[in-house]
Structures are given as C-alpha cells and as structure tokens.
Ligand binder design. Structure first.
Ligand code: 8QM
Length: 398
C-alpha cells in the first residue's frame, strides 16, 4: 500500500465483464478522480490520462517492462507462458531483439508485400459485395490478416486460426485469472502445441519473415531459442491486434455512415481513417509498467516496485488532449494517440498494421456503397483487447 492516506483510491475493477464491455463511462470517471489513482482491488496504480500515460511510456528506465507488462510480476507469480523476450524485457536484451524484428519489418519488406495484400483485399471486397449479408469479423477482419500475415510469416495455411485462440489467451493472461481468462483456456493445450510447433525453423517457408528470424540465428545475432520466442511474438502480437482493428473499423463505419460516404468521396483518407479507429476503439487497451525507483507522476508519489496500469484507450479519449474525443472523425489528425504505445516498446509492426488497414479500407471503398448493421454486434471480451466476436452486416455493393 502507498503510505499516504489521502491518495485517490478507487474500488473500480477494470477486469469485470461490465467494464470490458463498455469501459468508456469509467474512463471519464477515473480521469476525473486524478491523473494517477490507486486500484484497491489489485494494489496497483492506474492512469487514464494522456499526459501521464504518455510520460510513463516515454520513460522506460523509470517505468520498466522487465517485471512484466501484465497485472502480475512474472518473476514472482508463475506466468501462463514464459515471458516475451521483447515485450517483457528492458534494454539491452530488448534492444537486441527489437533490432532483429525491425530489420525484418523494414520499409522495403513492407513495400514488397503491398501488391499481394492489395490483391487479397480486392478479392475479399468482391466476395463480400457479392454475398450481401456478412459477418464482418469472420468474413473480413479475420480472413484478411490470417491470409496475408500468415503467408508473410511463412505458416502452413492449415491451423492458422489457432493463432487467434492462442493470442486471446496470451492477452487475457495480462489480466487476472477471471472468467474471460478461464473461458479462453478451452483447448489451450492443443493450441499451444500447434503454436510452438509453428515457431520452429522447419515449419517456416523459405524467404518468409519467420525464416528471416532464423537467418538472424545463422548470422550469430540470436540463439535458436530466442528465434522461436521472436516467432511467438509475431504470432501473438501480429494477428489478433489487426483483426480487432479491422473489426472495430467496420463497427465505426456501420455506426457512422456519413464517415463512410466521406471516405468513399476521398479514399486517400483511408490511412488516417484507420488511425482514427485505433484511437477511438483501441485494440490494445492497457499495459502495465513497474516503477524502478521512487518517482512522482501526475503529482502522485509512486514507490519503487509498485505497478501502474496504463490505459492507452482512455488516454486516447482524454478530453484534456482531444477535442470531441468521443466523435469518430476521419478528418481528425489522430496521430499522437498511444494506441500503438509510445517509446522504445512502441509497436514494431505499426507500419504493417497501418498498411493493412489502409489497403482493406481502400479496397472496400471501391466495392461497397454502404454498410448497415444487420443484428447486434457481439463483443469478444478480453482482459487486454477490445474487439468483436460477431458483426452482422448488410452491405450494398457500389
Ligand atoms: C503487443 O512479445 C509478445 O508476445 C507480444 C508483443 C507485443 C504485444 C503482444 C505480445 C500487441 C500488444
């Protein structure tokens, strides 16, 4: 416990089904309590304000990742899986691993992917236009990344869907062992076995991102074990995030047909439209850090060893930073949001993610005149991710 008695402590539990379903009213409430508040239920700090979230992400020496980025310190409480070799590490190991992934996700490598991604997006857009009634999640949001990122990774097409189930558990495991976590564990043994096998050198197609990780081993830049863990990072971080980003994009446009009309009039807005989706409905909602020393944040004294939950999603809606934060406005300059994080741990795949969003939205503007909800969207509750399980849509072809 913090030693001051007058700290702003709250009984809010950010991992209940009610909170995960609609966190937005709570974000406002928590922002108004203060820049940094104490969550009694979990004995951790929590920040929902842009300035403090941004500042903590920027200062990795004070707010480290090496003691985990979930609720529990994996060096103390046995984690669901061995910690990530990049996400849950500090320099210098983090730097060495990140350098390998940055080399693989170079601007040149992304440029080479563009054409096949555009072809696949056009194919899916045609298919959807023809169908008329679709599930935006399975027919588009899942289908596109599973195909294009799965191919880029060099994975066998068979079993790729396991990546979704696998990362759902991994993202749930950053929170408490609540109901959503337990439910995601169904068939976990099988799924983990498939994932671990898919991370091995022999499972990956020549020339793929996966094969390139193992080329780093051959150059002497990483061990075979480190390579398998980097492949695991691609599989955990690279699919569910973009799936939810695309699903949330369809959700936003289904609710704001005027914004879809605007995008169709000017498809060059596709990239910033996707950026606005990531700001407003951030696929990754939270990450934790641990204070490496006594430090003041937002006027609050944090002690060495205390954890802080950073709400990227709340920061992205902080009225102190954004005008009309609740509005979906594709003409907004949404850059500067922290949906991809910030600082040395900022999403290493963010350029690929943006490219996927831009390409899919652009392809849809050519084939789809309008979207309408054809039923109630069903959320897919997760302790870290915000996304949908089903999004029934009726589409009118262009
Ligand atoms: C980000 O290394 C990992 O397993 C991993 C890295 C980054 C994330 C998740 C997992 C996407 C939120």
């Amino acid at each position: 416990m913090p030693d001051l008695l007058d700290i702003p402590a709250v009984d809010v539990d950010p991992f209940t089904n009610e909170f995960l379903e609609n966190p937005y009213p709570w974000f406002k409430e928590l922002q108004d309590v203060g820049p940094v508040v104490w969550l009694r239920k979990y004995d951790v700090w929590f920040s929902a304000r842009y300035e403090e979230v941004h500042a903590a992400l920027a200062d990795w020496e004070t707010f480290c990742s090496g003691r985990g980025v979930g609720l529990k310190d994996p060096t103390i409480t046995k984690p669901w899986r061995p910690p990530s070799i990049i996400l849950e590490q500090d320099p210098p190991l983090h730097t060495r691993m990140r350098t390998i992934l940055m080399g693989i996700l170079s601007a040149d490598a992304l440029r080479r992917l563009r054409q096949v991604m555009e072809e696949e997006a056009a194919r899916i857009a045609d298919e959807i236009a023809e169908k008329g009634a679709i599930d935006g999640v399975s027919d588009l949001a899942e289908a596109f990344p599973l195909k294009v990122f799965g191919d880029a990774l060099g994975l066998d097409p068979k079993g790729r869907k396991n990546m979704l189930a696998y990362s759902a558990v991994a993202f749930n495991a950053f929170g408490p062992h609540n109901e959503v976590f337990q439910e995601s564990l169904e068939n976990a043994d099988e799924i983990v076995a498939w994932t671990n096998h898919s991370c091995s050198r022999s499972a990956l197609a020549p020339g793929s991102f996966g094969a390139k990780i193992y080329e780093a081993v051959d150059r002497g830049d990483a061990s075979e074990h480190e390579a398998a863990l980097l492949m695991r990072t691609f599989m955990t971080a690279g699919v569910d995030t973009t799936v939810n980003g695309l699903a949330n994009a369809l959700y936003c446009f289904a609710h704001h047909p005027d914004q879809w009309d605007l995008l169709r009039e000017n498809p060059r807005l596709a990239r910033q439209a996707f950026e606005e989706v990531v700001r407003l409905e951030s696929p990754v909602q939270t990450f934790f850090r641990t204070a490496t020393r006594d430090v003041e944040l937002g006027g609050q004294a944090l002690r060495e060893g205390q954890r802080i939950m950073l709400s990227l999603a709340a920061a992205n809606r902080d009225p102190r930073r954004w005008t009309k934060p609740e509005a979906f406005d594709i003409q907004r300059r949404a850059t500067g949001h922290v949906g991809f994080g910030h600082g040395i741990h900022g999403c290493v795949g963010q350029m690929l993610a943006r490219m996927e969003g831009e390409i899919v939205l652009t392809a849809l503007t050519r084939r789809i005149k309008s979207f309408a909800l054809a039923g109630r969207p069903v959320q897919r509750l997760n302790n870290t991710l915000r996304g949908l399980g089903h999004l029934p849509l009726r589409v009118t072809p262009a």
